[in-house]
Ligand binder design. Structure first.
Ligand code: FAD
Ligand code: SF4
Ligand code: SF4
Length: 469
């Protein structure tokens, strides 16, 4: 306890709003080992329970503290296919670090995520991340529809086990929301790309720009492979229903973030260049309180918005987004209107000029652990805006209709129904993982689902091979 908690170096707000680079630096060796040495090596490591991958956190922290970084890395990669990415973008305050005994005892958590990221970046820099080399080719193949973190995790494990793997994605780049949703200031694209490169070098085939169900019938994917994994994420944006919401200048969060990420990757983006999806010089209001809303407000600041306000119907303690990201946004100049819900979009000649908001009050605890809110009668106020970004969450698309597979069963939430841990859908040889099963969730859960799906597909294909022999 003589070593206080220290996070990685963080760029000042003035410095970081000038661009889209990650705002945190890696630990340097003395800080990393010192921070790892703060771990109390608990007999019952609650941090591990708080991590969806049940990473062997105390083991790698001890090895890192002893200066045995490569051995620490081997423990890290044993349970996770994207550790340096999770180390960057997991909401650790709600997962491993929130559960850490030190945090609970008032000593401040061990900086688990930053150590994980540091080990991962060191592993890439030192060549400890080995290429995928299957011990033997299995002679069977798996088609993975969706190249986000769930698909990437599954592809990694399946290819390592010797299966031929083809990743299909409708975007022209793989990575899913890691590439096109999450902005560079949280996750630089080169960090995603080096993982994709490793998959390609290991023999994973990429078929990009292919919309399965549109360009390529799902039946053809099924026919081409011995098993199929559906990892398509959730993309139907929830939209506002308030009066005036069809006005010009009201845009969906993901359209806005994809345009910004594409621009950063050097693509031509006409909707950005002609201003529709560009906050430069505009007064921006973002509606919502999740990670997507936080990414939109911070992107708008970097694009040069004249003001950025976030409207959320509950208070700070009851918002779904990471507390760390709210603090970062506040430091960067974002104004939060807590307990405020949109009532109407104001406009002139079809162009948005503002948002009429309704003041709310906390009402009662909800089933998700957060309090619900209700309108305060007669308490309304107006905010001026030239650009309104709706970040209200996502629903699944109609996958059975898209894939022309009416027998693909769904849950009441329209996510794909799977038989629990087996990840098997109601179609023979078709499995599903990630947000399309869970609903909008987190990268770390997508990784876990992808890894588990790979193990289940391996077991299922091995059984079939044995039965056919
Ligand atoms: P996705 O990442 O959505 O990938 C699905 C892929 O399938 C996409 O590439 C898509 O193009 C492809 N696809 C879909 N349909 C088809 C089709 N018919 N044919 C071919 N391809 C198809 N989580 C965190 O842990 N930390 C964060 O900081 C964080 N920030 C976020 C910020 C934003 C803006 C958003 C939207 C989400 C954020 N999340 C965050 C959540 C996280 O990104 C998701 O939970 C995770 O990416 C889900 O992984 P997935 O593989 O299931 O789906
Ligand atoms: Fe923590 Fe996420 Fe790493 Fe698990 S994967 S140890 S939750 S940062
Ligand atoms: Fe170390 Fe915290 Fe995990 Fe205990 S809970 S083993 S102190 S990281």
């Amino acid at each position: 306890m003589v070593t206080p908690r220290t996070g990685p170096a963080k760029a000042s707000a003035a410095e970081r709003v000038r661009g889209f680079d990650e705002i945190y630096a890696d630990f340097t060796a003395p800080t990393g080992t010192g921070q790892a040495s703060r771990c109390a090596q608990c007999g019952v490591p609650f941090c591990q329970t708080g991590c969806p991958l049940q990473n062997n956190i105390p083991d790698w922290l001890r090895l890192a503290a002893e200066g045995r970084a490569e051995e620490a890395w081997r423990r890290v990669e044993a349970t996770s296919t994207l550790p340096e990415i999770c180390g960057r973008i997991c909401p650790q305050d709600r997962l491993c670090e929130g559960a850490c005994t030190l945090e609970q005892a008032g000593w401040e958590t061990v900086t688990i995520g930053s150590v994980e990221r540091w080990l991962g970046d060191m592993a890439f820099a030192n060549g400890w991340v080995e290429p995928i080399r299957p011990r033997a080719e299995r002679g069977q193949s798996v088609g993975v529809v969706g190249a986000g973190p769930a698909g990437m995790a599954a592809a990694d494990r399946l290819r390592s086990a010797g299966y031929g793997v083809t990743l299909y994605d409708r975007h022209d780049r793989a990575g899913g929301l890691l590439m096109y949703g999450i902005p560079g200031f949280k996750l630089e694209k080169s960090v995603v790309q080096r993982r994709l490169d490793r998959l390609a070098e290991g023999g994973v085939e990429f078929r990009l720009g292919v919309d399965v169900g549109g360009d390529l019938p799902f039946a053809e994917v099924r026919a081409a492979h011995d098993a199929v994994l559906v990892a398509t994420g959730v993309y139907q944006a929830r939209r506002l229903t308030a009066p005036g919401c069809g006005s010009s200048g009201v845009v969906a969060a993901l359209d806005y973030l994809i345009a910004s990420n594409r621009k950063g990757l050097g693509d031509a983006v006409p909707a950005f260049d002609e201003g529709t999806l560009n906050a430069s010089g505009r007064r921006v209001v973002v509606i919502g309180g999740g990670d997507t809303a936080m990414d939109c407000v911070r992107t708008a600041v970097r694009q040069g918005a004249t003001s950025v306000t976030c409207l959320y119907r509950r208070d700070r303690d009851n918002m779904p987004g990471s507390a760390r990201e709210v603090t970062n946004a506040e430091e960067e100049g974002v104004v939060f209107e807590w307990l405020a819900a949109p009532r109407a979009i104001l406009g002139e000649a079809g162009q948005v000029t503002g948002v009429r908001a309704q003041r709310m009050a906390l009402a009662a605890p909800g089933t998700d652990g957060r309090w619900s809110s209700e309108p305060v009668p007669g308490a309304e106020f107006d905010l001026a805006a030239d650009l309104v970004i709706e970040a209200l969450g996502f629903e699944p698309e109609d996958i059975p209709a898209m894939f022309a597979e009416p027998d693909l069963a769904l849950t009441d939430w329209r996510t794909i129904r799977t038989a629990g841990r087996t990840k098997a859908t109601t179609l023979e040889g078709v499995f599903a993982a990630g947000d399309i099963v869970r609903g909008a969730s987190l990268v770390v859960w997508a990784v876990r689902d992808g890894q588990e799906a790979a193990a289940e597909i391996d077991a299922w294909l091995s059984d079939r091979q044995r039965a056919a022999a």
